[in-house]
Write a new protein. Structure first.
Lengths: 210, 333
């Protein structure tokens, strides 16, 4: 169970980030190229990582990340700030990814399984600082590298809706409310979709979990 | 346990993992666990699964993505009037072009930085206006922000020679980011980086360029692809004698002769002629019922690709001979 203080801390951080984003977005709306560059540099890695985990193809993820920022910057004049820039950006990114995946459904998916760097010396997710599960289990931590491939495979085998909600929650660490805004659904739908996704993934990961 | 109860229990366990349960739900879950000890094991598995997902490596976006986005915005701005914009799927089939643009950007960025360093060495004015952004470093353009004050402008203005003519081109556009990016790249590719001062106030960005009339002609020619996509493009030419001439909906071909004309009377006549021509064109379009519609029969002129090897700070003095001051004002709609 997550520590309330950590959740609160994340909330404060997001609030600060939101204030900075608002200023950058205003500057962007006035045509400030530098501000646009700052927003890109700030979010490009997070967006790329989330899209990559959903579409599981580096080239596609790079193109989709690029397309997302282009679309966002082209339409930033109409961004009224009713939601945060962060959720707006991810909404566009996730929609583009899902639409793209729909179009490519018939094509064989190139898996990341064969890409050695993925399971290599990647940075640990910031989320790992929140979770205290692995810290108390050195054996599990040691086994994690082998488990990564299995987790990726299991993630790939999930239904798209389930995969998206898990990526946004577990990898991007969004709150239920943020996920609801990104996916344009009710928080209750996020809650049920997430619990279902976890249950299905648990079945796929029996070999790793037990 | 029926299906509904099973789903409710799944939601309780999932909510527990996320710390989303209310006091009442927590009590309920504890009560259920007392009767079904195997649920504790299930909860542990879910925690383990959640931990594993968070161990997946975080992948960084490819280098040069910001440059590619800038290039893509420009392409889209230029192709806006074309009926067939390159579709996303086709775009993805052209990785070679993407790589080429990326490679050009990679070569361009260090050259721009080098240019900026050289300017700083050649004109050391004490503290520089801060450009604390990686993209600003890409072009090296001097940006005087709203907080910079008049001192910065005066300081840069003192470097530039006193021109015999001032032309102010006001552009209004719905895509100010792409427009500014376009202009900054053209300033750089025309070798006018050291002759330009940029200022950003509210929703207006102003570029003041002082150079020879000949070099200015070259730069103005580079605006060919941009002006048709601006909602307003008004040129005002003022000479030292105080006389000024204004042309609405001006085209790059019209700017050149106006800058070239040294005789104020001739300049005035030209401005009048161009203004009438533009008015006639607008009326003709209106009578054809084509006002507001984009001409899709002709694709926009293909832009000269920005090649890293034929640009960079020019060695030749661009203020030799007759100089002009060209103020380019970009207003967001």
């Amino acid at each position: 169970m997550k520590d309330k203080a950590q959740v609160q801390e994340k909330g404060y951080l997001q609030q600060d980030v939101g204030i900075e984003d608002t200023a950058l977005v205003r500057r962007c709306q006035r045509g400030d190229v530098d501000a646009a560059g700052r927003l890109i540099l700030k979010y490009q890695d997070r967006l790329y990582n989330a899209i990559l985990k959903i579409c599981q193809n580096r080239d596609d993820a790079a193109e989709l990340t690029q397309d997302t920022f282009v679309k966002v910057l082209e339409n930033i004049g109409g961004f009224a700030g009713r939601s945060s820039f962060y959720t707006w950006l991810f909404r566009i990114g996730i929609n583009l990814t899902l639409n793209y995946r729909k179009r490519r459904l018939k094509l064989p998916m190139r898996s990341l399984d064969n890409e050695s760097s993925f399971g290599g010396e990647g940075r640990a997710s910031p989320a790992s600082f929140v979770s205290d599960f692995g810290r108390n289990d050195p054996a599990l931590a040691a086994a994690s590298k082998e488990s990564i491939q299995l987790v990726l495979q299991a993630l790939k085998n999930l239904e798209q809706d389930h995969r998206v909600v898990l990526v946004l929650r577990e990898i991007e660490q969004m709150s239920y409310q943020e996920i609801a805004e990104v996916l344009c659904v009710e928080p209750g739908t996020v809650k049920s979709r997430l619990s279902r996704a976890r249950a299905v993934l648990k079945d796929h990961l029996q070999a790793v979990l037990l | 346990m029926n299906e509904k109860e099973k789903i409710e229990l799944e939601e309780l366990l999932s909510g527990c993992i996320d710390g989303q349960l209310s006091e009442r739900q927590q009590t309920e879950l504890r009560r259920i666990m007392e009767h079904q000890p195997q649920l504790k094991e299930q909860l542990k598995l879910l925690e383990k699964q959640s931990w594993l997902l968070r161990q997946l490596p975080v992948e960084k976006a490819p280098a040069g993505l910001a440059d590619e986005i800038g290039a893509s915005l420009q392409r889209r701005l230029l192709l806006a009037s074309s009926e067939q914009t390159v579709s996303e799927s086709r775009h993805r089939k052209l990785p070679a072009i993407r790589r080429m643009v990326s490679a050009a950007a990679l070569v361009l960025a260090p050259l721009a930085l080098l240019g900026a360093v050289m300017i700083t060495i050649l004109w050391p004015f004490g503290s520089e206006p801060s450009i604390d952004n990686e993209l600003a470093g890409r072009t090296g353009l001097k940006v005087v922000g709203p907080g910079a004050g008049a001192a910065d402008e005066t300081r840069y203005a003192s470097v530039l020679p006193e021109p015999s003519l001032e032309a102010r081109l006001v552009l209004s556009t719905a895509q100010p980011i792409a427009t500014n990016d376009y202009i900054e790249k053209r300033i750089y590719s025309s070798g006018l980086l050291g002759y330009t001062v940029s200022r950003r106030d509210a929703d207006i960005t102003t570029y003041t360029i002082v150079c020879s009339a000949e070099d200015m002609q070259g730069f103005v020619g580079e605006l060919e692809g941009l002006l048709p996509h601006c909602d307003i493009s008004t040129l005002t030419v003022s000479a030292t004698d105080g006389k000024s001439a204004r042309v609405d909906s001006v085209s790059p071909e019209q700017i050149g002769p106006l800058l070239e004309a040294t005789d104020p009377q001739k300049r005035e006549e030209l401005a009048r002629l161009f203004a009438e021509q533009n008015k006639d064109k607008a009326l003709a379009k209106e009578s054809d019922g084509a006002v507001g519609e984009k001409d899709i029969s002709k694709p926009p002129a293909t832009q000269k690709p920005i090649m890293a090897w034929d640009q960079g700070p020019a060695e030749k003095d661009k203020t030799a001979g007759r100089t002009v001051r060209f103020v380019l004002e970009v207003r967001g709609k």
